[in-house]
Design a protein around this ligand. Structure first.
Ligand code: ADP
Ligand code: MG
Ligand code: ZN
Length: 625
């Protein structure tokens, strides 16, 4: 794809006029500091002048406000005839001059020339405007020119128009097959909108790509544009937000206007969270949010504004913090589709390595599978970086091709950089994580509560999660029964229980699970009144948490005995969940081993395969019977 800045070229004539004006201004300023030639008469002290007058040496004097110029009657050979002095306030001067017979005259108050008056009024403001314009243009980031001063309202979107050589397609993106499958549909919308319009289907307007940095979100959206062969506007969310309230909204408007002219096309908003942060979430911040809020509102308005009859403009957006987005953004008709772009699994990493390895000279007998196996947790960008590092190492050592050793060393380098950002697991850690996650999955599968286990992964994710088990609710739930909540507690404890069952010891990896399980148990007792012994009383106070982020409800004033009873009850609920999880895992020990082996091999299990495996699990009652 060719990068094109959507600005008109700068107008050279305007440039020259600007330069000339600046020149004139500078000259004018200088001229007022330089001494003018008429001041070149030798200056003497006032006292000398008075002496000379008293001596009768002065022939005539010419007095102005700025100076007194006088002529001597008979100057010496080497003395000048005309001298000047600076007047001081002296009422007796005329009398004195008269007494000594000096011929004198005063000048009328000096009137400045018309030209200098005009210049002094016009030039300073002009200079001011030019300076302002200069900064405005710098702020716009463009080459500037004919778009005039203060064009803050122009969107800074860059337009890519796919051309043959630089086009990105789905073939350039690897390891994110699910995301690709979903986006293939979007490509189809862009290519054949009539087909969907004919049947009355509403083409989705917004697709949100969610995933950690460097997993190929930007690349994927370019690939969508490349596949559909449509123009692609790319802008980062942070570029909307400016110092001036209203500028961002105007830019959004401008962007959508441009896009509609080029429809069908794609608008890609990177880092959507920069404008789309939850409005309620930032309650505590005083001011400063107006701008972002207006920008967000404008974006929502524009997205609501397309009609089905128009040629499609599809808004793709990317974020790595979906949890902070404003709920209004995720409603139907806006970013109602969300595509997970996750870190690649083993085979995905192998394919990505293949893509980038093809771009460098590899020595024969390079084992990319080994590299893929050693790079769990790497995102696509890390892998691209890895191959490049290896090539750099080989070049530095004066070799003509990249060898296995280079790749291994490059892994170490990239890992060192990554360790700060995310975790890369050791093999024995990986094993623990595998059993832990499978434990969650099996317990979660057997527990009531409507959540279906859809994915188990031991690809490290983010700062804290070493692996994860993804449970998707089958429907949106607003009410949870006591059994559901107990099921959730058991599921959360499933990970730790699996570690106990298999390894006979526990690790620190379950801390977050325990936190959440305890929270649920506390809420069951304190908020929902679900305890038999304590009855339907709400021991937690409602509200008050709004500015503290909620969740930290203080307890009502209760007697010590009640407080102890609450603690005991919470403890009992968590213990019961733990027992349930242990029983389930004991009963399903062979399956636990089998799935864990599989996941150690593949890192991710999902879809039908996972469903088939989990459907073989049995509930502990069945074993007892
Ligand atoms: P994100 O937008 O998710 O942060 P990018 O799309 O900007 O990530 O990825 C940065 C670079 O990393 C890409 O230009 C590409 O070279 C490489 N890359 C990332 N993910 C992949 C992938 N899945 N397949 C191939 N290359 C990838
Ligand atoms: Mg990006
Ligand atoms: Zn866990």
């Amino acid at each position: 794809m060719a990068l094109r800045q959507d600005d008109s070229p700068p107008n050279p004539r305007l440039r020259i006029i600007n330069l000339v004006l600046i020149g004139v201004g500078v000259l004018f300023l200088l001229s007022s500091f330089l001494p003018s030639p008429q001041l070149q008469v030798p200056r003497v002290p006032y006292s000398l002048f008075i002496n000379q007058v008293d001596e009768g040496a002065v022939k005539r004097a010419y007095i102005t406000q700025e100076q007194i110029r006088y002529e001597l009657k008979d100057p010496g050979d080497d003395q000048p005839a005309v001298l000047a002095t600076t007047p001081i306030f002296d009422m007796e001067l005329p009398q004195r001059l008269e007494q000594h017979g000096v011929e004198f005259a005063a000048a009328p108050p000096k009137r400045p020339g018309i030209l200098s008056t005009v210049l002094s009024w016009v030039v300073p403001p002009l200079i001011f405007i030019l300076v302002l314009q200069f900064f405005a243009r710098r702020a716009m980031g463009g080459a500037g020119g004919a778009q005039g001063a203060l064009s803050f309202t122009k969107s800074k979107a860059k337009v890519y128009v796919p051309d043959e050589q630089s086009r990105v397609t789905f073939a350039d993106v690897a390891g994110v097959d699910e995301a690709k499958a979903e986006l293939t549909e979007i490509v189809d919308f862009l290519k054949k909108p009539e087909r969907y319009a004919a049947i009355g289907a509403r083409i989705p307007k917004g697709v949100l790509l969610v995933g950690p940095p460097g997993t190929g979100k930007t690349l994927l959206s370019k690939a969508v544009a490349g596949e559909a062969d449509v123009p692609f506007f790319i802008i980062s969310g942070s570029e909307f937000v400016e110092l001036f309230v209203g500028a961002g909204a105007a830019r959004v408007r401008d962007l959508f206007e441009q896009a509609k002219k080029k429809a069908p096309c794609i608008i890609f908003i990177d880092e959507l969270d920069a404008i789309g942060k939850s409005r309620s979430g930032s309650m505590g911040v005083v001011g400063g949010n107006d701008e972002r809020e207006q920008t967000l509102n404008q974006l929502l308005t524009e997205m609501d504004g397309f009609s089905a009859k128009d040629k499609p403009v599809i808004v793709l957006a990317a974020t790595n913090q979906p949890e902070v987005l404003d709920a209004a953004l995720l409603r139907p008709g806006r970013f109602d589709r969300q595509v997970l772009v996750d870190r690649p699994d083993l085979s995905g990493r192998r394919t990505i390595l293949g893509i980038y390895a093809a771009k460098v000279k590899l020595a024969p007998a390079i084992d990319l599978d080994r590299i893929a196996a050693a790079t769990a947790g790497f995102a696509g960008a890390d892998l691209a970086n890895l191959v490049n590092e290896a090539a750099l190492l080989a070049a530095r050592a004066n070799r003509t091709s990249v060898e296995q050793g280079d790749l291994n060393e490059a892994i170490e380098r990239v890992v060192a950089g990554l360790e700060k950002k995310s975790r890369v697991l050791q093999p024995d850690e990986k094993k623990v994580v595998a059993y832990h996650e499978v434990g969650h999955a099996i317990v979660g599968h057997l527990m009531p509560g409507g959540s279906k286990v859809t994915k188990i992964s031991i690809v490290p994710r983010g700062m804290s999660a070493l692996g994860y088990t993804l449970q998707l609710p089958t429907e949106d739930r607003f009410l949870n029964s006591r059994e559901d909540l107990q099921g959730q507690i058991a599921t959360l404890l499933g990970g730790r229980s699996a570690e106990e069952v298999v390894f006979g010891r526990v690790t620190t990896g379950a801390a977050n699970d325990l936190q959440r399980a305890t929270d649920i148990a506390e809420q069951m007792v304190g908020t929902y009144g679900m305890s038999d012994t304590l009855g339907p009383l709400a021991y937690d106070k409602q509200g008050g948490g709004r500015f503290l982020g909620g969740g930290n409800n203080p307890r009502r004033v209760v007697s010590d005995a009640t407080a102890q009873a609450i603690d005991r009850e919470v403890r009992a609920l968590v213990d019961r969940g733990h027992d349930t999880a242990l029983a389930i895992l004991e009963a399903n020990r062979p399956l636990l081993e089998e799935i864990a082996e599989k996941i150690l091999d593949k890192e991710v299990i999902e879809g039908d395969e996972l469903r088939d495996l989990l459907s073989r699990s049995i509930s502990p009652e069945a074993v007892a019977a």
